[in-house]
Write a new protein. Structure first.
Length: 133
């Protein structure tokens, strides 16, 4: 795999994790009156979401696109939810956390795919779609 695609994957993982976590933190602040600064400053939460979104890249390398999207969605929900309940001992109910991490999984997956499907991927898709006369 070329180094350029590895860098693109790293950027996509970072973007998905950052955007997903910020959306979840702001949503939790709006709906459940939690502290945004405490949630954003938690190094453990950053590690968990980076691992979860990092698994998206692994899934998209090993599985067909539909299977990778489904596996990524469930990973984006289950990994942070279990970590939040068991490791961090969140005071929010499990249903509230489930809602937040479903939103996280969708936002992180869309962000990851948006960044990952950049110009190199669009160029390859355009080349494979052409028919030579």
């Amino acid at each position: 795999m070329p180094a350029r695609l590895i860098v693109l994957d790293i950027i996509a993982v970072l973007a998905g994790a950052v955007v997903g976590l910020f959306v979840v933190d702001i949503l939790a602040w709006l709906l459940f009156d939690t502290s945004v600064s405490g949630m954003v400053a938690s190094v453990g939460r950053w590690i968990i979401v980076l691992v979860a979104v990092g698994l998206f890249a692994v899934y998209y390398r090993m599985l067909p696109p539909t299977g990778a999207a489904i596996a990524s969605f469930f990973t984006g929900v289950v990994v942070p939810l279990v970590a939040e309940k068991i490791v961090f001992g969140s005071s929010l109910p499990t249903t509230s956390l489930l809602f937040l991490y479903v939103v996280f999984a969708v936002v992180a997956l869309f962000t990851y795919r948006f960044v990952r499907a950049g110009k190199p991927v669009r160029g390859k898709a355009a080349q494979t779609g052409r028919s030579d006369p």
